[in-house]
Design a protein around this ligand. Structure first.
Ligand code: AMP
Length: 629
């Protein structure tokens, strides 16, 4: 069968197609209906079926693969390395599940996980899945404000955290940030379960804070039965940036996600049980959820959890892991490859990489030179894949398991089975012709594994994603794209005010809000501009309340540093702009809307075009002037 037929069946006969795919996982009780699309665009997959993500990822493999590696936790920050077999992982997850139950966490309760890349973070995720609690992992690089807004929205009963993470040999204390976030949030978790890595001193709140190791001892022999969940109950919430300052909680189901991941591990990622998968992302991102934790384990593979930088102790570290653990499939991001490209190639050549079959890259546009360089350096094919937190698994790629078409440089590929991808004209809503730029949309129903809704806010789900094109059941990705005459798609950047820094999605509004909290800032505009290494970086233009405070170059530098520190504290270093410029006026329309695209064009040396609605054109000259200062 060729891919066109395979794809066509997936969209013409979703019931038949996905019923076949559903056989890949264990169902405790069979589903009565494959697809329920009676209330579009809400989609329910495998209605009535009962299953469990933890059972499929762990228990199912304890028989045939019990003594085989499941989780390989490596930290070059602390010099630790430990392999857990499926049987050992099973035992740890049972302990963690019992610990959570002892803290009164049960089905449907939310558990917020704010953790570095350590094994306990994976135990906690799987333990939640086991008992039907809904986890919400928050990236460890986020700071108090970001964390507080997520605590507020998810209202967790329990927070699982640690004393600290470490990055490039520098300890990053988590506990003070967490304490501050809980102080700021209206909602208070009942308990905080803390892993003490001995990296940073922790103050404990009596009655609330519980030590992980101590509680683990008490539940060393625990066996916690799996809580079987109806396929459409929720497994997790993962927050992602949008155009407002308030992040959206992407809510995911159980059965659809398990089936989608199991199928993708075969058709797209080609992983086999018993092999090793190494995804360099972080558990705080969707790639980490799908392809560090759930996907590889559901496929019976060992998965590598890596805490550390790609160039420390030297640029050979990833390749030494590939050699030592015979990694067959690796998943990373273009930014990481661009970092490695700057290092001498000897580091790669030192290692036997013969186990590695394919490298997958995602998260941001993959430029030709990066793709060609890594492909020839490793001598393996590189597969680009395009998707979003919202979809949970690739929208565009080349499904090597069922498709032998050649890759086309600059294109992530073609629509994956199940996704009815289209490019629509932004103004008319009509389908674009070949090579005509438009908005990338997905026609409903979304395939299994995609978001169910925005947590606690169906209205926002409809308004944000489904109402951009009147009379059409189209989910907007908010990406510009084109489709060439042969059906390959190309992604041309975001249509909204979301920027992509080193593969991480950030809302310019979120950064603006944290900058505005500085007492001397009255107004600010943040835009993403092109960057050779990170793809994009944030740049801010601020109007001061008291401009006298920044008249000399030195005063401006001091103030810039102060504002950056505010962003670090509130949002996390990830959101810190590369530069903050001071102006007395921002370019706006007469109705007061910020002209971010015009600012961005000037920053990137492009012509901002005609701006008939601009209130005061001199604001643009100020931007030009500030850039030269
Ligand atoms: P996130 O939800 O954080 O995974 O970010 C998703 C966004 O990252 C997409 O909407 C795209 O803008 C961008 N993106 C992800 N993968 C790719 C890719 N392979 N090529 C181009 N852009 C990508």
């Amino acid at each position: 069968m060729n891919y066109s037929d395979f794809y066509q069946r997936s969209v013409d006969d979703p019931n038949g197609f996905w019923a076949d795919e559903a056989r890949r996982i264990h169902w405790q009780e069979p589903f009565s209906r494959v697809l329920d699309y009676s209330k579009p665009p809400f989609t329910r997959w495998f209605v009535g079926g009962k299953t469990n993500l933890c059972y499929n990822a762990v228990d199912r493999w304890t028989g045939s693969q019990g003594d085989k590696p499941a989780l390989i936790a490596i930290s070059t920050e602390t010099g630790s390395e430990k392999t857990y077999t499926f049987a050992e992982l099973h035992a740890e997850v049972n302990r963690a599940a019992a610990m959570m139950q002892s803290l009164a966490v049960g089905k449907g309760d939310r558990v917020l996980i704010y953790m570095p890349m350590i094994a306990e973070a994976v135990f906690a995720m799987l333990a939640c899945a086991r008992i039907g609690a809904i986890h919400s992992v928050v990236f460890g690089g986020f700071a108090s404000n970001s964390l507080a807004s997520r605590i507020e929205d998810a209202t967790p009963k329990l927070v699982v955290s640690a004393d600290a993470g470490s990055r490039g040999g520098k300890v990053v204390a988590y506990k003070p940030l967490l304490d501050e976030a809980i102080r700021m949030a209206q909602h208070k978790p009942d308990h905080v379960l803390l892993v003490d890595r001995g990296l940073a001193a922790m103050e404990r709140v009596p009655g609330r804070d519980v030590d992980y190791a101590e509680l683990r001892e008490k539940h060393a022999d625990a066996q916690v039965p799996v809580t079987w969940l109806e396929s459409n109950e929720s497994s997790y919430i993962l927050y992602t940036s949008g155009t407002t300052g308030k992040p959206k909680g992407v809510q995911r189901d159980v059965g659809g996600y398990a089936v989608a991941l199991a199928a993708s591990m075969d058709y797209i990622f080609g992983g086999k049980a018993g092999e090793t998968y190494f995804c360099t992302s972080d558990i705080g991102w969707v790639v980490g959820h799908s392809y560090i934790v759930y996907g590889p384990l559901i496929a019976g593979m060992a998965t590598v959890l890596y805490e550390g930088l790609p160039i420390r102790p030297d640029a050979g570290i990833w390749w030494s892991i590939v050699e030592k653990y015979k990694v067959s499939r690796m998943f990373s991001a273009p930014t990481a490859v661009r970092v490695l490209k700057k290092q001498p190639p000897e580091f790669m050549k030192k290692h036997d990489l013969s186990s590695l079959k394919t490298l997958y890259l995602a998260g941001e546009p993959l430029d030709e030179s990066t793709s060609e360089w890594i492909s020839s350096a490793l001598d393996v094919p590189v597969i680009d894949n395009y998707w979003q937190t919202e979809t949970g698994w690739p929208i565009l790629s080349i499904a090597r398991g069922v498709d032998d078409r050649p890759a086309r440089l600059g294109s992530p590929g073609v629509p994956m089975y199940g996704y009815k991808v289209k490019i629509l004209n932004e103004g008319t809503g009509k389908t674009c012709g070949a090579n005509e730029k438009g908005v990338v949309v997905i026609e409903g129903p979304l395939p299994p594994g995609c978001m169910q809704t925005v947590y606690g806010d169906d209205r926002r789900f409809l308004d944000t994603y489904w109402s951009n094109f009147a009379d059409q059941q189209a989910y907007s990705t908010f990406d510009w794209g084109i489709r060439d005459a042969d059906g390959y798609y190309f992604i041309l950047g975001r249509t909204d005010d979301v920027i992509n820094v080193a593969g991480h999605r950030l809302g310019t509004r979120e950064i603006e809000e944290s900058i505005s909290s500085h007492p001397n800032v009255s107004e600010v505009a943040v835009v993403g501009i092109e960057d050779k290494l990170k793809g994009q970086v944030a740049v801010a233009f601020a109007v001061l309340k008291n401009a006298q405070a920044a008249t000399t170059a030195e005063e401006r530098r001091t103030l810039e540093g102060e504002i950056m520190a505010v962003v670090d504290r509130r949002l996390g270093a990830l959101g810190r702009p590369a530069r903050i410029y001071f102006v007395t006026l921002l370019p706006k329309t007469r109705s007061g809307k910020l002209l971010r695209r015009a600012i961005q064009a000037i920053c990137e040396g492009r012509d901002p075009g005609d701006l008939p609605t601009i209130e005061d054109p001199s604001a643009l000259h100020q931007i030009e002037g500030a850039l030269k200062s």
